[in-house]
Design a protein around this ligand. Sequence first.
Ligand code: NSP
Length: 219
Amino acid sequence: MPSFNDLSSACAEEWRDYLEHDFVRQLGEGRLPEESFRHYLQQDYLFLIHFARAWALAAYKSRTLAELRQATASLDTILNTELDLHIGYCSEWGISEDDLSELPESRATLAYTRYVLDCGQRGDLLDLHVALAPCLIGYGEIAEWLLDQDTTEIENNPYADWIAMYSSDDFKEAVEAEREWLDARLSEVSERRLGELVDVFRDATRLEIDFWQMGLDRA
Ligand SMILES: Cc1ncc(CN)c(N)n1
């Protein structure tokens, strides 16, 4: 029976390059250039706005009340928790809400966010969830991986709050719920359909890699 693990193992190389990207390693070791992190934070604000739109699209694509509730709950979490935390976090890094509202969007942000929205528009709810999976499940795995690394001395790390945000119980719960939803849906798909979904997952993972790289290139 197919499950989420079949998606990640079908593109194991890209998945590992995303989870263990140099941006992540340097962040974990506290040696990521601040300029890289600031640029990432700014673009991530734009990213999260489009991701909120993607969950709104998931609400539109829902066929049942349960799916509609799930999509609107995710939309609410992004708008009222993750984005609020993000704006507060940006201000600790000297980036005001006014600065954020005037940001030009980078090509990496444009490519990734519009790709996800396009997957949702041309496909069904499962296509959209699979396109969103590297974002949610990937960050959960990245936070776990960082906490397992010997080099991560969390207390002295300037990025400790960021790591804490993505290793919080709330975030872990959201990751677990998404994994369960995906496992249930994927268990019903044919081999041909699984192949299509692997392509979506691989492309979204490659776009996450580009997003990290955009931050590194800034330095
Ligand atoms: C680019 C990106 N990918 C994933 C996440 C985690 N929601 C994020 N904040 N930014």
